[in-house]
Design a protein around this ligand. Structure first.
Ligand SMILES: [Zn+2]
Length: 435
């Protein structure tokens, strides 16, 4: 099998897997809602929800079909030897040209689907608040930031890849020097990630307008929620989500020592104070997170990956095989780092799948943990009320299939989440009586 066939195979398996999950979801939707979420929708609103899901399902299928066709076109177009020649064999120019080609092929369908989603579906259900101009601005900024992010990482990848033979004296460094080199590459990567996070923050602040949370009683209550937390958030901002959509959200933004709360203005104008305090208690619960076995598992996995990388610097034959196989499959003489990333992505799909499963499980556990903080502050019922209202307002799936929740959800499904909040509240209640 050549590398192109492997990429196609992996994509087809993923598509088939997606269709199976679709079938499970269809079956799940025919079941009655569990008691925890039975009152989220009335009959009319539930019908509306089903229509909304059906429209997105059709759009999703069309998107998958189009991206499969584009992928096939890009893989089998046979243009890579030509690109290599016209770039004079320069790996960075080859990277830029190939990246440009991929983006050129993908960008128009991407914008078209996003336009359809925003102005045909979201608009119809009353969610969209963007006009054409705002959509263009928002889309341009997203495309720009994505391009800068991927290009920077690709260029870093190419830079390291091109210099490794030289840095390692032809892969023959003494173990002590290998450790130094790995530390150097890790520092370089960390610096790049930091710069890119700053850039993402910069773009976010262009896409949304942030204003300080109004001074007063509500802000004082939010600050009081943070008592007893080692990590405190002193910057509270409101952002103008209402200019784009009706979504209500609050998030915690972290970058090194910088922390700020972003609260959607939709939340402030439409939700009661106690519900906002419930949601922010949850966010503060994330800050109070205690490290558990899963966190250490993650550190161990990162350590293992670094050790594996170090080992490959001494014994590079698997990597050299993979790069040679990629060049042969595409009929090229030099490394094309865009194609190499695609091949690597396909080869590492099982590992990525496993990491995703564990990551989602870990994330769901942390959501339950953060919900318990809201319960502890006495906002359990408000949190439930907020979840229910947001679910109905935003037509959320409140009863995902258990297998899909397990595989794909990084937040617990609504029924499980409400059940857990109620049981935490029941456990907390006797203690409060004793006080
Ligand atoms: Zn959370």
């Amino acid at each position: 099998m050549d590398a192109k066939a492997l990429i196609v195979l992996v994509t087809l398996v993923e598509l088939a897997f997606g269709l199976i999950k679709q079938k499970l979801a269809d079956r799940q939707r025919r079941l009655p809602l569990p008691p925890e979420v039975a009152d989220v929708y009335d009959a009319d609103r539930y019908r509306r929800y089903l229509e909304y899901v059906a429209e997105h399902k059709k759009l999703g299928l069309a998107e998958s079909a189009v991206s499969l066709l584009i992928l096939l076109g890009l893989l089998y177009a046979g243009i890579y030897p030509g690109i290599e020649r016209s770039c004079g064999g320069n790996p960075y120019l080859i990277l830029l040209a190939t990246f440009g080609l991929f983006r050129a092929a993908e960008i128009l369908p991407e914008i078209a689907f996003s336009w359809y989603d925003t102005f045909r579906i979201e608009e119809k259900y009353g969610f969209n608040k963007m006009d054409g101009k705002e959509f263009a601005r928002h889309t341009a900024l997203s495309i720009l930031s994505e391009a800068v992010l991927s290009l920077s990482l690709l260029l870093l990848f190419a830079f390291v890849g091109e210099h490794l033979p030289q840095w390692t004296d032809g892969f023959s460094l003494a173990p002590g020097r290998v450790v130094l080199l790995v530390a150097g590459i890790a520092a370089l990567t960390a610096a790049a990630v930091l710069l890119l996070s700053l850039f993402s923050l910069f773009i976010l602040k262009r896409q949304y307008h942030f204003t300080p949370f109004p001074e007063g009683g509500l802000k004082d209550k939010i600050m009081a929620l943070q008592e007893g937390s080692r990590k405190k958030v002193r910057i509270l901002n409101v952002y103008d989500e209402s200019r784009k959509s009706t979504a209500k959200n609050a998030f915690l933004l972290k970058l090194l020592w910088h922390r700020e709360f972003g609260i959607a203005d939709n939340f402030l104008t439409q939700n009661a104070d106690r519900e906002l305090l419930a949601v922010l208690s949850h966010e503060i619960g994330h800050l109070k997170h205690r490290k558990n076995a899963l966190d250490f598992l993650r550190y161990a996995a990162i350590g293992l990956a670094i050790a594996l990388f170090a080992l490959l610097l001494r014994h590079p034959s698997p990597v050299l095989c993979l790069t040679a196989w990629t060049r042969e499959s595409f009929g090229i003489a030099k490394n094309n780092y865009v194609l190499l990333t695609e091949v690597l992505g396909a080869v590492l799909t099982p590992a990525g799948f496993a990491a995703g499963l564990i990551g989602n499980y870990r994330s769901r556990r942390e959501e339950y943990e953060a919900d318990r903080e809201a319960v502890k502050n006495g906002y359990g019922e408000e949190l439930i009320a907020t979840f229910k209202r947001i679910s109905s307002d935003e037509l959320v799936n409140v009863n995902p299939h258990p297998a899909i929740e397990f595989l794909d959800y990084d937040h617990p499904g609504m029924a499980n989440r409400i059940r857990a909040i109620r049981s935490a509240a029941a456990q907390a209640a006797p203690q409060q009586d004793a006080d």
